[in-house]
Design a protein around this ligand. Structure first.
Ligand SMILES: [Zn+2]
Length: 761
């Protein structure tokens, strides 16, 4: 997986239809029959899942009671969908309202159990999910691909007068999702042939492709995993591991059998932490080269070869795009995004021009640095991380261990909540113990807006190996909705879940964080604020729901940036024992490292983004010619790398983001959203970070636009509402020291405003 600096993957548990494109191996009808067969054994005992309110009964949920509960629910929903389809009334109250209720009855309990799968996994739960997953997909597909509902939605969209902007966006979202799942195919009817028959054939082919792609995408990720796991290099001479830290030796010895950290043997593998350590610290250049070559050629030969998988996937994706009426796969994947293939490529080109020379200079500097350390050979691909680590150490002399004592979790939370108060007049109050939680370490909070209760959130901070997934994410567990309010109430309040994976407290010692972990926490809280501070009352566009994928990282990356703002950092960075502030020179070093090799880092992200867009818009597989041999690939390499990959580099064979991770034609979205995030942040810099009144005013404006309007308004318009103009690349380039290059100042322009009217329908 390509590294993304300081960005954690967003995992927004689907409130919408988007999660259901991948199909299982059986038809929906067969699943319903399965449910009916299973009904006898379901039993009608206690059902804590359906008895759950917006605060689930986590203390009572078990794999055993979840299965019958959901089986019954799925069956009921199928029946209710049948009824809705049979009448398909084309009015908001008779169609959209019941549709939203149906969706929520499916998504809320499903969100709860998939959440448990991520944070409290067990063999029993995994087995339950294996049983439930295909059934959920079937119901979800029924809802998302229903032709009668699709036609009725279109009628309301086209014929109703007086729809609000939010209502239009609700309908546009539902309609485009259905179109992308194949409900309205472009069918060419040959002379003399029956139209119905041609349509049925096209639909069958489309569904067949969906299933094949689902299998291939699964194979892709398994091959990537298997190929990574297959490499094992046993080191018996400790000298070969010179330079690597003691903790690495301990882990490498643990992986080998009958070994000790001191005497070995040590086992080197290709998992990301091991690979990164070897490349950054191993003095042994031959070892680095061997590990590097193995890493870049993973999954490109033998049993776990992804080469044919990519070719098949690309051919099927193009065919599916054509069936759905799009000229290529990029157009298809971006039909529900903010950017078009062209505007995304324009942005990439702009950032590329701005970062290329800086990246080239950074490489030159690195060569000079290596030479200054008496290194006489040519710098090769496997030398870069190693010398960069040494250069960074020489420049900043900063390690995680230096900052940890100043970043205890309780203080960081205080600082984060104080920032929310200062910027958005949002107050956080602990409410631990008021509701059941899934683990005793999980905390529970209330969030107030202008002093009024607005939302709730859970915070699950600590790693629990074996039951909790790695990484960090925000789940939009319960969406704000007027329609779905409890009887007697006006509104259902939002509930968010924030999950991170830092080390737990030991004894009296609190969890001490790295700067990366602090930034991650700010990031997830940014998603949470957008979910919780929403002013929208339709669940399909409130909070994060209904926001285009390439705009969704905007508030998270915005808040992330504040963690690096010196006064903010100083407001909470205090020693956990002495309460002393983080020393000035340490703060300065933290700030200085933020932009270390920013040109190289930007260019690498652009390389991934560009190859992703190019292959989905221009590549048509030819028998016997693999992607890496095409001019298209070579052209991207020439434009976006200052040190070319080795000829045998096959990174595409492990590019899981785009072949199994939902980011096909979407990798650019990280940068696209970041441009808006940093432009948003620059509005605060412009009014003066010391000007408390002006900052508070900007903060409220940000809250009432970007954090409030959710998916109810096109993101480009929302941005304009806040900033008074379209997003510009100037702030991000300035922030990353990329504005000036050797050739002088870089031309910048706005994120192409065509995106504003680009909402497909
Ligand atoms: Zn995120």
């Amino acid at each position: 997986m390509p590294p993304t600096r300081t960005r954690t993957a967003v995992l927004v548990i689907g409130l919408l239809l988007c999660a259901s494109l991948a199909g299982g191996a059986r038809t929906p009808l067969e699943y319903i029959q399965d449910v009916q067969m299973a009904e006898g054994s379901a039993g009608a005992k206690e059902d804590p899942l359906l008895a759950s309110t917006i605060f689930p009964l986590y203390d009572k949920l078990t794999a055993e009671n979840i299965v019958p509960s959901l089986m019954n629910l799925f069956k009921e929903l199928q029946k209710d969908i049948d009824e809705l389809e049979a009448s398909a009334p084309a009015t908001w109250a008779d169609l959209v309202d019941p549709y939203e209720r149906l969706n929520d009855r499916l998504n809320l309990p499903w969100g709860i159990v998939t959440h448990l799968e991520g944070v409290k996994n067990s063999d029993a739960l995994r087995a339950a999910m294996d049983q439930l997953n295909p059934l959920q997909v079937a119901v979800s597909q029924r809802l998302g691909q229903s032709s009668p509902l699709y036609q009725a939605f279109k009628l309301i969209r086209n014929n109703s007068t007086g729809l609000t902007e939010a209502q239009q966006r609700v309908l546009d979202g539902v309609i485009i999702s259905a179109k992308l799942s194949g409900v309205d195919l472009e069918v060419a009817v040959p002379e003399g042939e029956d139209k119905g028959k041609a349509r049925l054939q096209a639909t069958n082919r489309f569904n067949d492709i969906t299933q094949q792609l689902s299998t291939l995408s699964n194979n892709f990720s398994n091959n990537a995993l298997d190929a990574t796991a297959a490499f094992k290099l046993l080191i018996t001479d400790k000298k070969d591991l010179d330079g690597l830290p003691g903790s690495f030796l301990a882990q490498a010895a643990q992986r080998a059998s009958n070994a000790t950290a001191e005497n070995g043997p040590w086992l080197i593998t290709l998992d990301a932490p091991t690979y990164t350590s070897v490349m950054s610290y191993a003095d042994n250049r031959t070892l680095r080269e061997e590990v590097y070559r193995a890493y870049i050629s993973r999954a490109s030969s033998g049993a776990a070869d992804n080469t044919p998988v990519i070719e098949q996937m690309m051919a099927l994706r193009q065919e599916q795009a054509h069936l759905a009426g799009y000229s290529n796969a990029a157009e298809y994947f971006m039909a529900n995004k903010m950017a078009t293939p062209q505007t995304a490529m324009d942005l990439i080109e702009q950032l590329r021009e701005a970062s290329y020379n800086t990246a080239a200079k950074e490489l030159k500097d690195l060569r000079q640095f290596a030479a200054s350390q008496n290194y006489t050979e040519t710098l090769m691909n496997w030398d870069i991380a190693y010398w960069a680590q040494k250069q960074q150490q020489a420049l900043f002399n900063l390690t995680d261990e230096d900052v940890r004592p100043y970043l205890p979790l309780p203080r960081v939370l205080e600082g984060l909540f104080a920032l929310a108060k200062r910027l958005f007049n949002a107050t956080v109050e602990a409410a631990d113990g008021e509701v059941p939680v899934w683990d005793p370490s999980v905390r529970f909070f209330r969030l107030y807006r202008n002093g009024e209760l607005k939302a709730h959130f859970y915070l699950d901070s600590f790693a629990r190996p074996g039951e909790k997934s790695a990484g960090a994410w925000q789940s939009s567990m319960v969406g704000q909705s007027a329609l779905l309010a409890a009887p007697g109430e006006k509104l259902r309040m939002p509930v968010a879940v924030l999950v991170t994976n830092q080390s737990p407290p030991v004894g009296d010692k609190p969890s001490l964080m790295t700067m990366y972990e602090v930034v991650t926490l700010f990031h997830e809280f940014g998603h949470g604020l957008q979910h919780m501070l929403t002013s929208e009352t339709d669940v399909l566009v409130s909070g994060i729901a209904g926001i285009e994928q390439d705009a969704v990282e905007q508030p998270s990356q915005f808040l992330e940036r504040w963690a690096h703002e010196k006064p903010v950092l100083l407001s909470f960075a205090r020693h956990y024992q002495t309460n002393e502030s983080m020393p000035d020179d340490l703060v300065n070093k933290v700030e200085a490292t933020r932009n270390y090799r920013s040109g190289t880092d930007t260019l690498r992200q652009l390389f991934y983004a560009l190859i992703d867009l190019k292959i989905h818009s221009k590549y048509n597989p030819q028998p016997g010619v693999f992607l890496h041999q095409t001019d298209l690939y070579k052209d991207v390499i020439a434009k976006t790398t200052v040190m070319a990959p080795l000829p045998e580099d096959r990174f595409l064979c492990t590019f899981t983001h785009i072949f199994s991770g939902g980011y096909a034609s979407g990798y650019y979205g990280y940068k696209w959203a970041q441009v808006m995030s940093i432009d948003g942040f620059s509005a605060f810099q412009e009014v003066g970070m010391d000007n408390a009144d002006a900052i508070a005013k900007e903060g409220l404006k940000y809250r009432d636009t970007i954090l409030s309007l959710g998916g109810a308004r096109a993101p480009a318009l929302v941005f304009q509402d806040f900033r008074g103009r379209p997003a510009s690349t100037t702030p991000i380039l300035r922030d990353e020291n990329l504005l000036q290059t050797d050739s002088g100042s870089v031309q910048t322009q706005s994120l192409v405003s065509a995106a504003i009217s680009q909402r497909a329908n």
